[in-house]
Design a protein around this ligand. Structure first.
Ligand code: PEP
Ligand code: MG
Length: 579
């Protein structure tokens, strides 16, 4: 028996026979070329890129027919990388200035990208180098005249082990035969890991040297909960892991069974429970966890770690992918919310108080052309299904009015070219600055809904940096000042006849659910993994009791007292009714 450790990338336990997929990178010899063949090398590069594009388009069509459109985002990402003209210009530069063959120049470019990505702070973005590598390998394959390899025939109950396993590979696996994935490369936030979770396949990643150390056909257990891979297990280990597997699957089945249950209280009061997402592949997970659409799509992800902003078409393609993933439910698209701790390349990072600096809607309004581009992409997305627009970090009425006026300008421009969009698209604002709470009654007359960003609102009400771990004990959602603000926001929204939503992290904690319900919130939006537990809590409450619990909170003057009171009102571990 041998045990390997790696990253627990996708939960679950699987037992099967090892199938090693050995896809070595294309061997590339760098060589000098004479000046007169430079244009020939450049042409070979362009042809290989075009050939790869056609191959990817064909793969996309094949997969859409076989597996549905749901996970095609990865291929879209690869097509986008391929379409980036810097790939051609920078590689051509190296060919021309270094007199190097196209393959060698492309390898140098890959090396350059690897260095750039490795220096990124955000682990998610750092791992996006896998996509660049996959694309460049495909182009190199194309130049070497080889067809990109399809996965070998899959039969039996297999555990696939590969040095690297691309998202496109994931999409080609036969789910009737493949039970789990083990890779040497990749981490929890790689697209492959995201897809493994979306496809409910246990995965362990970052297992150094596993493909060299093992023999095809060995008996293997993959424990995606602890991040271990056991080869040739003894009887005792096998029995132990079999019990863990049954326990895990039972618990998940029980929880997921509740996904189709309506999000209503015991006395029939409905609350929309939606998901927060950053990238389109999260959409499917929101639906699987019973979320009714997306209450917050943080679009800034698409804008970060790149020298230029995504153009209208790229934004449109990305928003549409998300829309399709959660159809027929609504998609709430928040306009760019950068600044503070989320910097774009080339952005000023010398602000003394970035949390109070040039960020979110202020930044968007300071660059109206770019803002209008985003609004155009969002409006065009409305033609494909229900979309709501949301403006972040609104601090006063001028911002609402100017943002809405720009939206009207964009609508007129689109109408004049006959472009389709939903003219009645709902426009909401995030309430996450104390000034917006104070002005909530006025603001409510100007918009279609409010969504409270408690992550920032708590930070600004209590003057506690939300990312300062030293002060985390003072970051208190149940602080009386926060609760009073929440009450005021709901009252203002309902006074104007618009819904009050909440999409900060506070929405995802079942402890707060009766309070938020009792305060009158109509909708909560949270990470996919929180939806079912919050719904469980909702289904144990009555509206009447939740209202009394929420009112009861206002009798206390500290967060600790409120928390004690809440815990005394209901036991989170039991199935007791809260009525
Ligand atoms: C919030 O501030 O609560 C929020 C949802 O937005 P973000 O976390 O993206 O700032
Ligand atoms: Mg915020």
């Amino acid at each position: 028996m041998k045990t390997f450790s790696g990253i627990a990338a996708s939960p679950g336990i699987a037992m099967g026979r090892l199938c090693i997929i050995d896809r070595q990178n294309v061997a590339v010899a760098e060589r000098l070329v004479p000046l007169e063949t430079v244009s020939h090398e450049t042409e070979r590069l362009c042809q290989a890129i075009e050939h790869t594009r056609i191959e990817l388009e064909q793969l996309k069509t094949r997969l859409a027919t076989a597996n549905g459109e749901e996970h095609l985002f990865f291929i879209e990402t690869h097509l986008m990388i391929l379409a980036d003209e810097r790939l051609v210009t920078e590689t051509t530069d190296i060919i021309r200035t270094g007199l190097i063959n196209a393959e060698g120049a492309l390898r140098r470019i890959l090396h350059r990208y690897r260095e750039t990505f490795a220096a990124m702070d955000d682990p998610y973005l750092r791992e996006r180098i896998c996509d660049v590598e996959t694309v460049i390998e495909r182009v190199l394959h194309s130049m070497s005249g080889e067809q990109s390899e399809a996965l070998p025939q899959q039969e039996g109950q297999l555990i696939i082990a590969a040095r690297d396993f691309s998202p496109a590979d994931m999409l080609q696996i036969d789910r009737g035969h493949v039970l789990a994935i083990v890779t040497e490369i990749g981490g929890r936030t790689s697209h492959t890991a995201i897809l493994a979770r979306a496809l409910d396949l246990p995965a362990v990643m970052g297992v150094d040297g596993i493909t060299d150390a093992l023999i095809d056909g060995s008996a293997v257990i993959v424990d995606g909960l602890s991040g271990t891979v056991i080869v040739d297990p003894d009887k005792e280990t096998f029995q132990k892991l079999l019990r863990s597997k049954h326990r895990y699957e039972y618990n998940e089945r029980e929880l997921l069974k509740t996904a189709p249950l309506p999000a209503i209280t015991l006395d029939g009061h409905e609350m929309h429970l939606r998901g927060n997402v950053e990238i389109p592949e999260e959409g499917a997970s929101i639906l699987r966890h019973g979320g009714s659409g997306v209450g917050l799509y943080r679009t800034e992800m698409l804008f970060m770690n790149r020298p230029n902003m995504p153009d209208e078409e790229e934004q449109l393609a990305t928003y549409r992918a998300m829309q399709q993933a959660i159809a027929p439910f609504p998609l709430t698209i928040r306009t760019l919310d950068v600044g503070g701790d989320k910097l774009l390349e080339g952005m000023d990072n010398s602000e003394t108080n970035p949390a109070l600096g040039m960020r979110a809607i202020r930044l968007s309004l300071s660059m109206p052309d770019e803002f209008k581009t985003q609004l155009r992409a969002i409006l065009r997305t409305t033609a494909g299904g229900p979309v709501r627009i949301m403006f972040p970090m609104i601090s006063g009425m001028e911002e609402v009015r100017i943002a809405k006026a720009l939206l009207e300008v964009v609508k007129r421009e689109l109408s004049s070219t006959g472009t389709q969009f939903d003219d009645a698209v709902q426009v909401g604002i995030m309430i996450e600055i104390p000034a917006a709470v104070t002005l909530a009654d006025l603001m409510a007359r100007e918009v279609d809904y409010f969504s409270v960003g408690t992550n920032d609102l708590i930070q600004y009400i209590l003057a506690i940096d939300r990312s300062n771990e030293q002060l985390s004990h003072m970051y208190q959602p149940l602080h009386p000042a926060v609760l009073r603000s929440l009450r005021r926001i709901v009252q203002a929204a309902h006074g104007a006849g618009i819904p009050a939503c909440l999409c900060g992290e506070m929405a995802g904690d079942p402890l707060y659910l009766p309070v938020l319900l009792g305060l009158g919130f109509d909708e909560l939006s949270m990470g996919a993994g929180s939806i079912l537990r919050v719904k469980q809590m909702l289904r144990r409450c009555t509206m009447d009791r939740a209202t009394r619990i929420a009112e009861g909170c206002f009798a206390f003057s500290t967060a600790a007292e409120v928390e004690q009171y809440l815990l005394s009102q209901y036991s989170l571990d039991s199935d007791e009714r809260i009525d």
